[in-house]
Every structure is written in C-alpha cells, then in structure tokens.
Design a protein around this ligand. Structure first.
Ligand code: F0G
Length: 548
C-alpha cells in the first residue's frame, strides 16, 4: 500500500483553461429585456445573465479530448467513420459489462490506423446482432439503432410510428403510457399521439426531509411506484398500455435516482403483461453512479458495469445525449434485436416471417426527417465528441465531483433556511418545492414558481427552470394527473462549467429572495395558454401577490 496523507477536502480532478467573461448588467436592463421578451424565460438573452442554470442540456463544457476529437469528424454522407465508432461506443458501455471488455475502436481512429484489413475486421464490416445495436448486414436487415440528434426527436420518431401502428390495429382507441416521470417533451409527444401520460412515483417519499438535511444513503426517490403501476395496468387493461417508460434519472421528479432493484421490478411487471419497457436515459451515468454509491452489492462495480446491467432490463430506449456531460448535441433511439418491442410492433405472416419490420418503419421516418442512418441529424464532428463524452461519463471521479456540486448547492439552500429544498439533490440539479417555499399560500393558478424564476432573473441575473404547475400544465390536467405534478423549480448544473463562487452567489440570492418571498409576483398567461408545451412559447405578465 502506498503511504497516505489524508485531508478533509477532496482532491480536484480537473481544471479550466478557457475563460468566458460575463458582462455587468443592471436590474433596469434585465427588466427591459424581460418586458421585451414577454416574460418568457426561454427567450431571455443568455448574454445578459450572470448564472444560467436553465438546463444541463447541451450546455456542458467539453474536455480537451472532446475538442480534439472534432478534428477526427468524418462528414461523409454515407457510413462516416464516426457511425461505427458511436455504435460501438454504445456496445462497449451498455452491453460489454465493463471496461475490461471494451473494444474502444475509437482508438484506431485516434491513432490513424492504416491497416485496412484490421479496419475492415474491427470497424467497417463487423457483424453484431441480438443486442440493442445491430451491426454490419444485420443492421441493414433488421435496423434497430437510430442516431438522432436529440432526445425529443427520438421520442417523436418512436411515438409517431407507434401511434400509426396502433391506429391501424385499433382505430379510435385511446392508450395510456405510464412512467416514473415523463419529461415535458415526452409528455408532449405522448399527448400529440392521442395517448394519456401518467407519472407513477411516490410523492410522500419525495417531499420527506431527512434529519438535519442529510440522508445516510440515497433513498432512490425516483423509483416507479410498482403498486401504482400494477394497479394502473389492471384498471385500464394491459391491452391499453402499449409501452411503459422509465426516466433515468427521474428528471421531472427532481432528478432523483432509480435503483437497480426497481428497474428489475418494472421489467418484471412490464413483461408479466407483455408490455415493452422503454428507458428514457438522458442521465444514465449519474444513475449508475447513485447505484454504485447507495445500493447494496454495487460498491465494487464500475459505472460501465452497472450501465450494462441497467440496460439489460429495457426493450428499447430513447436518449438525449446532451446531458450527463456527454456532448453539446446528440441522441439515440434503439430497441433490442428480436425483443419484445420488435415482436409487439412488427407485423408477421402466418408462417412467422416478417411482413412489416417496425425497425424499417422507424428508419424511414429517421431518413425522411433527420438524415440517413449514418448520421441522423448530427454532424460527423459532433458524433466523435459524443463518443468521447460517453466514455468520459464512465469516469468515477467526474461523476463524484458532479454530484458533490449538486449536494453543495442543495445543502447550502437548506442551511440558509430556505424551505422546500428537495433532498437529497438530484444528479444534475437541485429542486425547490414551490408550494413549501411559499408556505402553501399561493394557489395552482398563480404560477408563483414561474414568478420566482423570473424574479431571480430580474433581481440577480440567475436563470433557472420552472418544472411545475406552469410547465407541466397543471390547469390542463385531469385530477389524477394533477396529483402527479411536482410544483418545483430546478437549478441545473452542467459539466464543469460552474464553480463554487457561482454556487455561493446562487445560494445568497435564493436566501434573499426567500426572505422577501411575499413580494415575488404571480404570473398570468396572456397568450398561448393551450399550446402544446406552452412554456416554450407563451407570453406572461406579472401581477402583485396582494391581488389574490
Ligand atoms: N428526456 C429527458 C429526461 C430530458 O431531460 C430531456 C431534455 C429529454 C428527454 C429531451 O431531450 O432536449 O435532447 O430533446 N431535457 C432538457 C432539460 C431539455 O433541461 O432537462 P432533448
């Protein structure tokens, strides 16, 4: 054993060497910009912000290896080299059971391998089948992996094809699609296919505040409530549940982790009723980290080993690859070769041969909307940066620092006396329950959480996202769906961009705003109330709290 000289602070694992300065902006200037952009926070100019925590999506600071990989991008229209690299990166991490089995064909590209036979055998003409990423001729015969530039596009390709198949088989029927928590775009896509989204998690557990603000072990508040899931399936009938979704980590439920035990159980229930299980895996690496640190039996496993087990439980997945520190752009849709998703949504002849392969339908949609299957809406350089980013997300030290930043912010709010902080912190963000923040005094129609977000911009130049009554469309939902809304705002932390100084500024600002919460205005929607995913386009107007 090497000699140790322990300290009570962690050793840093990266440093920054590109710097972007921030402008000095006055409250009056921000006020003018808020008015000019109809109080829609998505339209507020980022160049006028001091700290932007709207999203961790696509906002990551890339590593030097990712920047370097851009120069290896192959922009060919057909079978660019990055296509092979990206699919095999996914196989390495999601299917090969850990680093010891990685093939890392990306290194052949990075070292400019000129051995054509080797490149043919190990990269260009390799055959794979039976998993989530067919390769070679199998991918052409039974397409099952689709590069798509971001998560919502993957969702919309999937939903549109599923909707068309179901409409043909059962005209006029309405379906229910449950999840532990659908993201806003997933919900939007499900509604647009005429189906009903449901969010089945345990809200009592979510709002529980631990002794002194700290849990000893993460309680996996993002889990699907298995009892609710079985109840829902049996009450609406399994034939009316075409898919079950599971969001990992559970972003709409405060970025909370989902345990491996829960994934296994969801898989068991889904398969008991012959329903394909689809993972929404925007933040799979953070989730694997939480499993490693908190679930029995995983402490000695690597993030990649855990990821392989996680993905063994899904029949299909959609992925926004813009989170988890992967890259600024990217996404994926895949299903298991000849698995339950394929069986349920393909059509077969009487002799068992395939009449219509659902993979071919998905590919047609991919090609007609996003580009051919070699790049699906991504540039060759983005594909390379994503492959590098995926490997980097398996680095324990990176994830450890990332989650520690979230904890620092959540505990900072808690220690400053701010009420409603959701504990423990999520893997990519900290959430505050607005009902509790406002002492339960503001009604669901006041959109006070949005008032909080806009006031944080106005006073301090900090942008966060409201993911509660306003964005999750509380007033447009049925009573049972309303009970599933978490009325929260989210402070997203992206990869290696924010420092302790940013977090301390945010803690001080939220403390000050909390102490003056009586004067945070409510908001009313003046245009776009019923538009799908209205928060991206609606116009708002503040009105003083006293008016209520
Ligand atoms: N699923 C989840 C869980 C997400 O968090 C997101 C995006 C998507 C799907 C859609 O992916 O943006 O690549 O099209 N979430 C971002 C956020 C926007 O801020 O949480 P996308």
């Amino acid at each position: 054993m090497s000699k140790q000289y322990p300290l009570n602070v962690p050793a840093p694992h990266h440093f920054t060497y590109a710097v972007r300065d921030l402008p000095e902006v006055t409250v009056e200037q921000r006020e003018r910009a808020l008015q000019a952009t109809h109080y829609n926070e998505f339209a507020f100019p980022s160049g006028m912000l001091t700290v932007d925590m709207l999203s961790d999506s696509g906002t990551t600071a890339m590593t030097n290896h990712q920047w370097a990989s851009l120069f290896l991008g192959d922009e060919a229209y057909g079978r660019n080299t990055g296509y092979y690299v990206l699919l095999d990166t996914f196989r390495d991490i999601f299917e090969r059971g850990g680093e010891k089995n990685w093939k890392k064909i990306i290194d052949l590209v990075r070292t400019d391998c000129r051995d054509v036979e080797k490149m043919m055998d190990e990269v260009y003409l390799c055959e794979y089948e039976g998993g989530l990423f067919n390769g070679g001729a199998a991918q052409m015969e039974r397409p099952n992996a689709f590069i798509i530039q971001q998560g919502r596009a993957a969702e919309s390709v999937l939903m549109e094809i599923v909707r068309n198949i179901l409409a043909k088989r059962h005209p006029g029927k309405k379906f229910t699609i449950p999840s532990n928590g659908h993201f806003d775009t997933t919900e939007g896509n499900i509604k647009q296919m005429g189906s009903i989204p449901r969010n089945l998690y345990n809200k009592t557990l979510l709002w529980e505040v631990p002794e002194g603000g700290r849990y000893e072990k993460n309680p996996f508040k993002g889990n699907m409530d298995i009892e609710k899931l079985e109840q829902l399936i049996t009450s609406v009938g399994p034939e009316n549940v075409p898919l079950i979704f599971t969001c990992i980590t559970n972003n709409p439920v405060c970025g909370q982790a989902v345990s491996m035990g829960n994934l296994k159980e969801i898989n068991r229930v889904a398969h008991k009723y012959n329903i394909p299980l689809v993972f929404d895996t925007a933040r799979w690496a953070e989730n694997a980290y939480f499993i490693k640190m908190n679930e029995e039996g995983y402490a000695d496993k690597s993030i990649a080993e855990i990821a392989t087990e996680m993905f063994s439980y899904c029949d299909a997945f959609t992925m926004s690859a813009k989170k988890d520190g992967h890259a600024n752009m990217g996404g994926m849709l895949a299903f298991r070769d000849k698995g339950l998703f394929w069986k349920n949504f393909s059509d077969f002849n009487e002799d068992g041969t395939v009449k219509t392969d659902v993979g071919v339908l998905l590919k047609v949609k991919q090609i007609s909307c996003y580009g051919n299957d070699s790049y699906g809406g991504m540039s060759g350089r983005d594909i390379m940066a994503l492959a590098v980013g995926l490997y980097e997300s398996c680095d324990f030290n990176y994830m450890n620092e990332r989650v520690a930043q979230c904890n620092y912010l959540a505990e900072g709010f808690y220690d400053a006396g701010v009420k409603g902080v959701v504990l423990p912190a999520g893997g990519h963000a900290v959430y505050i329950n607005m009902d509790e923040f406002f002492d339960g005094k503001r009604g669901h129609d006041t959109f006070a959480g949005e008032g909080f977000s806009l006031e944080l911009i106005r006073r301090y130049g900090i942008r966060v996202s409201e993911l509660g009554d306003y964005s999750m469309e509380y007033d447009l939902k049925t009573p049972e769906q309303q009970a599933e809304v978490c009325n929260v705002v989210r402070f997203a932390i992206d990869r290696s961009r924010l420092t302790k100084e940013h977090l301390d500024y945010v803690i001080a600002a939220v403390k000050a705003l909390y102490e003056d919460r009586e004067n945070i205005p409510n908001m009313r929607i003046v245009w776009g109330h019923n538009l799908p995913m209205r928060h991206f386009h609606a116009f708002l107007e503040p009105y003083p709290n006293e008016e209520k």
